[in-house]
Structures are given as structure tokens and as C-alpha cells.
Design a protein around this ligand. Structure first.
Ligand SMILES: Cc1cc2nc3c(=O)[nH]c(=O)nc-3n(C[C@H](O)[C@H](O)[C@H](O)COP(=O)(O)OP(=O)(O)OC[C@H]3O[C@@H](n4cnc5c(N)ncnc54)[C@H](O)[C@@H]3O)c2cc1C
Length: 394
């Protein structure tokens, strides 16, 4: 097998590099790192609009709906360059989660109405799956949708809804039948967040940012035309979406960038007269993560290649989710170890100390938020159950 890039691939890589260098400037980067307020929304939407104008917003979509038509190698190059340039991934809820459900299971009207607005980032989507009593056991959900006339009347409460405060639309799993096996009475509804009866309550998190919310539905009327596919068949569509979500969670390119930054930092930090990177224990941990990341990268490529050969990702996406989140959490831990140096006596001039404290504060925040990665998208314990049943057939 030849794993070198062809001349065309290298040309493509240069084009991607040049585009990122000219369009993702310091101003965009600064607005994006400012936090998760309205500024953040504005900045990420503006960046996504640039990608859309270039035709690069949806590499994973089929070409007929607005995808790029790239080969697996081109997708790999694009992702690698994005990560290396420190550019955040697109917001996944519209582009990577509900869109594949709409173009695979939606009606022609739904495709025409929603897909162009997702591509252009005109609509911000959020995910209404989890409920207070339904997380790992998602099929236990209780938000109801009663069919009446041309509408569903929706009542219930969703929780942990990321970025609901920004969202124009929410895709929701709702219960439409009760006297059947719990997976069978679920439907997949698209709900306009401006519908009377829909409200959002913030949930503060340990990193001091606001990304999580509760979404409440009180007699919210949702037109029947917003039902995806058939009533009571939502579980099938929900599972397809989760496989897409989990495949995207390997985050190899982002982990590679974090690791490169970590190495740079470790080469600069002096502890006991030598740089941290020369410390044998630190080195061992670093190389262990590097090897795991390389193995994950090749596994991800194999999954992408099999997806390119036909359709939706399967339960093997759970493997990517587990390994990807374990690796990013190990990197966060190592960052924290490096930053712990600043918890001790201060050395050097004040400007360096200042830089060190900034690094330590960032390391602490990413460690804390990073703990959530093995929970969201379905906890890693539950992913192991999925692998046992659906992949190993146990
Ligand atoms: C930062 C963040 C963002 C999120 N964003 C969204 C969002 O946008 N939309 C959305 O719908 N949801 C979202 N979630 C919710 C997320 O999907 C759930 O938290 C997750 O599925 C776990 O459910 P739970 O919190 O109810 O925990 P529980 O299901 O109560 O699990 C508690 C613990 O028990 C373990 N456990 C449970 N069942 C089993 C089992 N059968 N075998 C072994 N172990 C088990 C779990 O692994 C976990 O450790 C988000 C969560 C977080 C933390």
C-alpha cells in the first residue's frame, strides 16, 4: 500500500493551507477564543459563511446536496490542516448531525427547506435527545407529542442541550406511542425554537462558561410536516444520527494540535535544571499518547474509507468515540501536569510568569470541560456495551 500523497493531493494541501492562512486571520481567532457569548456565535457563523462561500462547509455530505465530492484522502488532508492551523471544527448539530438525517430520511420538501439554510449557517440547530430520566437509557424518554389535527402538541423537558440559547431549531426525540416496546413509540421532530411554549433555561458549568441548557415544552404546536420519516420510527433515525455524532468525536486533528503545542511548551518549561520534555516519565507519557493517536488516525481513516464505499457509519463509530475522548483527556491531564509547575514557587521574570499563568488557566479550563467528552454523545461505558452487542455480537 502506498501511503504517500500524490502530486494532486499535495496541490490540494497547499490550496487548503493558503486558504486557511489568508481567511482565518488573527481577528477571527481572537473572537472565537473570547468565550461562548453572542460574540462567539457571531464569529463562528462568520467563519462558517466563509467556508460556505468557498464550497468547503460540508465535506461529509453527498455532492448532490452541497458536499465537496472530495476523496477520503482530501478529507483527511483538510482535517489535518484545519487542526494544524488551530481552527475549530464547524458547529456539528446542523451540519454533521441533523443534516445527514434530513438528506437520508427526510421528504423532498424538508430537504429543500432545511439543507440550504444549514449549509449557509442561517439556522443554528441544537439537539433535544437527553431528558432528566433518559440519558444512557435514551429510549426511556418522556417528552410527548400528541397528534391533533395537523399538529403535534409537545410537552416535556430536555436537558444538557448544548447551545440551545443560540438555536433557531431543535431536533427532538418525542414519545408518540406508549403501549409498545419503548424504542418503538419514538418519533423524530424538527421544532422551531420560536414556537410559543418553548423556553430555554441556562445550566452553568464548572468551566465558568454557558453552553448547556434545559429546554421546556409546554403545549408547543409543531406542524406535522416537521416529522422526519414515519411516526414511531424515530429510533432508527436517532441511531443513525448518533453514529455520525460519535464518528466526529475522534477529533484526531485537534488532538494532534494539542499534542504539538504541549511538546513546544514542555521544551520551554525548565524544571530542576532541565526542560520538562527531557524528563523520562513525562517523555514516556507523551510517547504513549502519540502512539495511541497515530493508531486512532489510521483506524479513523479505515472507517472513513468504508463510509465512502457506502453510506452511514455503523456501531464501529463507538470505537472512535471511546479512543478519541480517552486520548484528548490524557492530553488534558498532561497539560495540567505541565501547568502544575506554576502552582509552585515562581521563577524567572514577570512576563514569563504571566504567560505561564495564562497557560495554566487554559489548561485547567480545558481539563474541566474535557471531562465531559467521555459523557456526551453517549457515555464511554455505554459505547462499550454497544461494541459488545453490535460489533462483537456478545
Ligand atoms: C457537556 C455535555 C453536553 C451535552 N450536550 C447534549 C446535547 O446537546 N443534547 C443532548 O440531547 N444531550 C446532551 N448531553 C447529554 C449526554 O448525552 C448525556 O449526559 C449522556 O448520554 C449520559 O446520560 P446521563 O447524563 O443521564 O447519565 P446516566 O445515564 O444517568 O449515567 C450515569 C453513569 O452511569 C453509567 N451507566 C448508565 N447506564 C449504564 C449501562 N447500561 N452500563 C454501564 N454504565 C452505565 C454511565 O456511563 C454514567 O457514568 C450533553 C452532556 C454533556 C456532559
Amino acid at each position: 500500500m502506498d501511503i504517500n500523497f500524490s502530486a494532486q493531493d499535495l496541490e490540494f494541501r497547499d490550496e487548503v493551507r493558503a486558504f486557511f492562512a489568508s481567511e482565518y486571520d488573527a481577528k477571527v481567532a481572537e473572537s472565537l477564543s473570547s468565550g461562548q457569548g453572542e460574540d462567539y456565535k457571531e464569529a463562528i457563523v462568520a467563519w462558517q459563511k466563509k467556508l460556505h462561500a468557498k464550497g468547503w462547509i460540508a465535506p461529509g455530505w453527498p455532492k448532490e446536496y452541497g458536499g465537496t465530492g472530495w476523496s477520503v484522502t482530501q478529507k483527511f488532508i483538510y482535517e489535518t490542516e484545519r487542526g494544524a492551523a488551530g481552527i475549530p471544527d464547524v458547529v456539528p448539530f446542523g451540519l454533521k448531525m441533523v443534516a445527514p438525517v434530513i438528506y437520508t430520511f427526510g421528504s423532498e420538501e424538508q430537504k429543500a427547506k432545511f439543507l440550504p439554510r444549514i449549509l449557509s449557517s442561517e439556522d443554528w440547530w441544537c439537539q433535544g435527545y437527553s431528558e432528566p430520566g433518559a440519558g444512557s437509557d435514551l429510549a426511556a424518554l418522556n417528552t410527548t407529542a400528541e397528534y391533533a389535527g395537523d399538529n403535534y402538541i409537545v410537552n416535556g423537558r430536555k436537558i444538557w442541550t448544548t447551545f440551545a440559547q443560540f438555536a433557531d431549531w431543535i431536533f427532538c426525540l418525542v414519545r408518540t406511542s406508549k403501549d409498545v416496546r419503548k424504542q418503538q413509540g419514538i418519533s423524530f421532530l424538527l421544532i422551531d425554537m420560536n414556537t410559543p411554549g418553548v423556553s430555554v433555561k441556562p445550566i452553568p458549568t464548572i468551566d465558568g462558561k454557558h453552553s448547556l441548557n434545559e429546554v421546556l415544552f409546554e403545549d408547543a404546536l409543531v406542524p406535522r410536516e416537521n416529522l422526519i420519516g414515519e411516526q414511531d420510527k424515530g429510533w432508527t433515525y436517532a441511531k443513525a444520527l448518533l453514529a455520525h455524532e460519535r464518528t466526529g468525536m475522534a477529533e484526531v486533528a485537534d488532538s494532534k494540535r494539542m499534542l504539538a503545542n504541549l511538546k513546544q511548551r514542555a521544551a520551554a518549561e525548565v524544571n530542576g535544571g532541565q526542560p520538562m520534555i527531557a524528563d523520562p516519565v513525562f517523555q514516556m507519557r507523551l510517547s504513549d499518547i502519540e502512539m495511541q493517536l497515530m493508531a486512532l488516525e489510521y483506524t479513523e481513516l479505515r472507517v472513513f474509507a468504508s463510509m465512502a464505499a457506502g453510506g452511514m457509519p455503523g456501531p464501529e463509530s463507538s470505537l472512535l468515540k471511546i479512543k478519541g475522548t480517552e486520548i484528548s483527556q490524557s492530553i488534558h491531564e498532561l497539560q495540567l501536569q505541565l501547568a502544575a509547575y506554576y502552582g509552585g514557587a515562581l521563577q524567572g521574570d514577570l512576563s514569563n510568569q504571566q504567560l505561564g499563568h495564562e497557560f495554566a488557566a487554559e489548561a485547567r479550563k480545558s481539563y474541566m470541560y474535557g471531562r465531559a467528552a467521555s459523557i456526551y454523545g453517549g457515555s464511554n461505558e455505554v459505547q462499550r456495551n454497544v461494541i459488545a452487542k453490535a460489533v462483537l455480537g456478545l
